[in-house]
Write a protein of this length. Structure first.
Length: 436
């Protein structure tokens, strides 16, 4: 087998077990509060964005509280935007003045995040934007995304991209040197010819792995939410990354490569419709939907990286906290059906989904069925069944009305009852089926 595939399989072992992480998009854009692309969508110049830099002061930033919320929700790792596309750094980089320590806040926010999340036992991820709309050597006019892309006054004549690449490599070196063990680096993203060796990707990956042996790298030195790159091939490049990261969608059948083998993947999903804080966006998903999204990812061998966009004071939006509290309650009772689980050996059932861990098959029942719940093809294969949340007995039904289906098993929550009952948990009722 291809060495890069073998290596990524080893590196991602914990990642493929942990399944659930928190994405955090935070920066100056939390002040205009119209999402992290605000400079680009509204064509805001560096000068017109400057007031937010002069003002940035998240007095309520309490990363221990963030870590508590994440851990409570059952998340095992986190990924924080150390620098997003606007170029503003939440860390004390020696290579720029455009950083949190030079705002009224005066703090290295990354350091505090690392300390708090590590103390809580969560694995540490850094998001780092390959794009940089603040750096003078990054292409402006004519670029696909730059805020000044339509403004010929920002021509690229005197821009030296190699200086930007040096800056990018230098900052990654800082991030991977100054903060102890880092578990994930999440580069974002490649587009047009701004991809692969344009970033000096081979050298960058070599450096990252040298500084942080075992670090997991995403696939966006080649790809983006639009396309995954050579990670889907039988011979991924040296910078193809360790996992694919579909964005705002869950792949219909998980992610497999051209050989048909499962590729580690992580769907990144927002709680409302924005990554960065957006004051007017109250279009939040229900906790039920989030729980089912997580289960869907796991049922297809994937992870969920769920985003929170803290406001300019450093607080998580109230709605996000409320959803995560619901998720926490469900995860407290049902986490065994997530951690260490994978795609089941049985096809997706009509009433919900399966996840599996060895001899434990978890039935995630979403829909009330007419009569007993049909477990297709499971006749004779079940040792016993328990409601996962309280360990109480769940029953197999062998009544007259199911006898014409000898291949299938039938599940009932009440002994001997052939009729439907309301599901114990309308978000996702999990039955642990221990197979023989
Ligand atoms: C993107 C966006 C971005 C966000 C990211 C998350 O490619 O540019 O704002 O950080 O995806 O996946």
């Amino acid at each position: 087998m291809d060495q890069n595939i073998i290596d990524r399989t080893v590196r991602t072992e914990w990642f493929r077990k942990d399944r659930f992480g928190m994405f955090i998009h935070w920066g100056l854009y939390s002040i205009p509060a119209r999402g992290e692309w605000v400079r680009s969508t509204e064509r805001i110049s560096v000068e017109d964005y400057e007031p937010f830099f002069k003002e940035f002061n998240p007095v309520d930033y309490d990363p221990k509280e963030w870590a508590r919320i994440a851990k409570n929700a059952g998340m095992k790792y986190a990924v924080l935007t150390t620098k997003h596309h606007d170029g503003f750094c939440l860390f004390d980089s020696k290579l720029t003045d455009y950083k949190s320590t030079n705002t009224p806040c005066g703090r290295d926010l990354v350091r505090e995040y690392v300390d708090a999340f590590r103390e809580a036992g969560l694995k540490i991820g850094f998001y780092y934007s390959l794009l940089d709309w603040h750096h003078p050597d990054y292409p402006h006019y004519g670029d696909r995304n730059h805020p000044m892309r339509e403004n010929p006054a920002y021509s690229n004549e005197n821009r030296d991209f190699s200086r930007y690449v040096e800056y990018l490599h230098g900052q990654v070196r800082e991030l991977l040197t100054n903060y102890g063990k880092i578990d994930i680096i999440w580069f974002d993203f490649s587009y047009d010819d701004m991809a692969r060796e344009k970033w000096h990707a081979a050298e960058l990956v070599r450096m990252a792995r040298e500084l942080q042996p075992g670090i997991i790298i995403d696939n966006r030195l080649e790809g983006s939410g639009e396309q995954s790159g050579t990670i889907l091939t039988a011979h991924p490049s040296d910078y193809a990354g360790d996992f694919a990261c579909p964005e705002q969608m869950i792949p219909p059948e998980g992610v497999t490569n051209e050989l048909g083998d499962s590729v580690p993947w992580e769907a990144c999903i927002t709680l409302n419709d924005n990554w960065g804080y957006s004051a007017a966006d109250h279009h939040y998903k229900s906790s039920r939907m989030i729980i089912r999204n997580l289960v869907e990812c796991v049922s297809k061998n994937g992870n969920l990286l769920l985003n929170v966009g803290p406001d300019s004071k450093g607080r998580f939006p109230e709605e996000s906290v409320r959803i995560l509290e619901d998720v926490a309650r469900w995860m407290r009772d049902n986490h065994e059906s997530v951690y260490g689980c994978r795609q089941a050996d049985y096809p997706k059932p009509e009433w919900g989904r399966y996840t599996q861990n060895g001899k434990k098959l978890y039935a995630h029942i979403y829909e009330e069925t007419m009569g007993a719940v049909c477990l297709k093809g499971l006749a004779g294969k079940i040792d016993h069944m328990r409601l996962l949340k309280d360990g109480s007995e769940v029953f197999q039904l062998n009544h007259w009305n199911v006898r014409e289906y000898p291949e299938d098993a039938f599940l009932s929550f009440q002994k001997g009852q052939i009729l439907t009952f309301p599901l114990p948990d309308e978000k996702d009722t999990v039955v642990e089926i221990t197979l023989k």
